[in-house]
Design a protein around this ligand. Structure first.
Ligand SMILES: Cc1cc2nc3c(=O)[nH]c(=O)nc-3n(C[C@H](O)[C@H](O)[C@H](O)COP(=O)(O)OP(=O)(O)OC[C@H]3O[C@@H](n4cnc5c(N)ncnc54)[C@H](O)[C@@H]3O)c2cc1C
Length: 405
């Protein structure tokens, strides 16, 4: 009989198991552990973010209140200290992302595996059945091996990136015990735009643009951040972080000049075109520090020669130019699918989980941690940090239970 059985040998599963320390069985369906961890941060593992922990809370969409307790219990600084104490120094990038100094995710995974030396880690396990009888969970695998434990932790992750082992098994178990599943969909993903024209600018990136998101002509969100144009549409932190709120057929109005709105830019252009009438339009627009190819793209969209002088720009073109610069519309055809999205939005409903222990409110001694829950964070290390923090809180409760037994 194990103290705890953990289903899923990824970030959260390995972390909770090492925290409980001994007599834990981790069951992983892949032939190796932590495959998503290995590819995280392009193989460098951006495992948390620097800064005050209270600055983390609003990085999890509408789940700020739910994540607070566990992030306070095991914070970003605790993660940095934890790895430091185990021989892994970290580095912090200019934008606050924290990586192991080696920039090698294997170092993080190897430490988590090493710290599980008193536990049993089994890979290639296909679980057939989970039952609960007389306060004991029984797990049956495909070879009819049976494993027993008082505590069961579900750490099966989200459903994106199936090639790395993602499965909906955690949702199946959750439903079996009466939990609600919030419809899972891709998050931290790019946008495929209906317009092809913008994709000719693939590769161009912008810093701190403003984007307004409209659904059925109603504004649903304002966001600011870095943007990259791709060969299919848009990506970059501002898109990835807000993809949980974007749906097909939404319109994104991009403001390439966030210091201006349509009206203030229009006023400026009226004055400036008058003042600099003989200046070529492209030379004038250069002062806004935008890529030349984007400005040429605007000329193409307006169907005007790029050799026009400012004085040659008629009123309707000036207005259109202001629109393109401050409200460039991109219609969303679709979002990058489950195969490429970094995380899952949706999953086990947090209303049925205690936020201090991650224990089910429906079934005693059953825990859900990490991405299997309806929690997804922004890019920048927030998802792995949540996996650690939720694992820590559940592990602490399981340790307390075993002391009181
Ligand atoms: C390409 C990519 C890059 C990323 N980069 C970052 C980053 O830099 N920073 C960051 O914070 N986040 C990043 N993420 C997100 C982050 O990796 C996840 O949020 C995190 O791994 C979630 O941890 P988890 O333990 O909940 O799930 P996982 O790490 O996905 O672990 C779940 C485990 O459960 C196993 N499993 C599933 N079903 C079963 C079953 N039926 N039986 C047994 N085992 C099962 C899976 O095989 C897997 O090993 C990235 C994600 C991707 C895809």
């Amino acid at each position: 009989m194990y103290n705890a059985i953990v289903i899923g040998g990824g970030v959260a599963g390995l972390f909770v198991a090492q925290h409980i320390r001994k007599n834990v069985l981790v069951l992983e369906k892949n032939n190796s552990l932590g495959q998503k961890l290995l590819v995280s941060g392009s193989g460098q593992c951006n495992f948390t973010h620097n800064g005050y922990i209270k600055e983390f809370f609003n990085k999890y969409g509408d789940k700020q209140n739910f994540v607070k307790k566990c992030l306070n219990a095991f914070s970003n600084q605790d993660s940095i200290r934890f790895f430091n104490d185990n021989g892994i120094n970290s580095i912090i990038t200019e934008n606050g992302k924290v990586f192991p100094k080696s920039l090698n995710s294997e170092d993080i995974l190897n430490i988590l595996i090493k710290l599980n030396r008193l536990n049993t880690l089994k890979t290639n396990i296909d679980i057939k059945k989970v039952t609960f009888l007389d306060d004991i969970f029984c797990i049956v695998d495909n070879n009819n091996n049976q494993y027993f434990s008082k505590n069961l932790v579900i750490a099966t992750g989200g459903i994106t990136y199936p090639k790395l082992g993602a499965s909906s098994f955690g949702y199946v178990i959750a439903k079996q015990f009466g939990h609600t599943i919030i419809e899972p969909r891709p998050a931290l993903t790019n946008i495929i735009s209906k317009q092809r024209a913008i994709t000719t600018l693939a590769g161009i990136s912008f810093k701190q643009l403003k984007i307004e998101i409209y659904r059925n002509n109603n504004k649903v969100l304002d966001c600011i951040g870095d943007l990259i144009i791709t060969h299919k549409g848009l990506s970059g932190p501002v898109i990835l972080d807000n993809s949980r709120n974007i749906k097909p057929n939404d319109t994104l109005n991009i403001n390439f000049l966030p210091k201006f709105n349509y009206e203030s830019l229009h006023d400026k252009l009226v004055n400036d075109f008058h003042k600099f009438g003989s200046l070529k339009l492209l030379s004038y627009l250069k002062m806004f520090d935008l890529p030349k190819s984007l400005l040429e793209h605007f000329c193409e969209q307006l169907n005007i020669s790029k050799n026009f002088c400012c004085a040659q720009i008629i009123k309707s073109h000036r207005k259109e130019l202001c629109k393109l610069l401050t409200m460039y519309p991109i219609e969303v055809d679709n979002l990058g699918g489950l195969n490429i999205a970094m995380v899952t939005h949706g999953g086990v409903c947090t209303k049925e989980i205690y936020s201090s222990t991650f224990e089910s409110k429906i079934q005693k001694n059953l825990y859900f941690i990490g991405e299997v829950l309806d929690i997804d964070g922004n890019t920048g290390g927030y998802n792995i940090q949540f996996a650690f923090s939720s694992a820590f809180s559940s592990g602490r409760k399981i340790i307390e239970n075993s002391i009181h037994c």
